[in-house]
Write a protein of this length. Structure first.
Length: 92
């Protein structure tokens, strides 16, 4: 998921972790604590100040690991500039 204002992006996945990245400086800006399920999808809103992601079983481990009754959830996170704005580049 790309954030248009700053050109940063987020990764999500089967580890249940959301991470914001600065693509130009190749630095992690923020890592969230892991949640209990996989995160198969995520997106920033058009203004870039809200980040939504969903958790659900993604079937990557097959039907034997599926736990019926585990809820699918949608999370909405307000993104402040200090979480998504690239840091100043370091001089080498």
């Amino acid at each position: 998921a790309f954030q248009n204002q700053y050109g940063t992006f987020a990764t999500v996945g089967s580890d249940g972790v959301v991470t914001f990245w600065d693509k130009d400086n190749k630095q992690r800006l923020k890592a969230f604590s892991a949640i209990r399920q996989t995160i198969p999808c995520a997106a920033f809103n058009a203004q870039g100040n809200l980040f939504a992601y969903a958790s659900s079983y993604d079937w990557s481990k097959g039907s034997s690991f599926y736990a019926p009754g585990t809820p699918n959830e949608i999370f909405i996170h307000y993104t402040s500039d200090d979480e998504i704005k690239p840091k100043a580049t370091r001089k080498k």
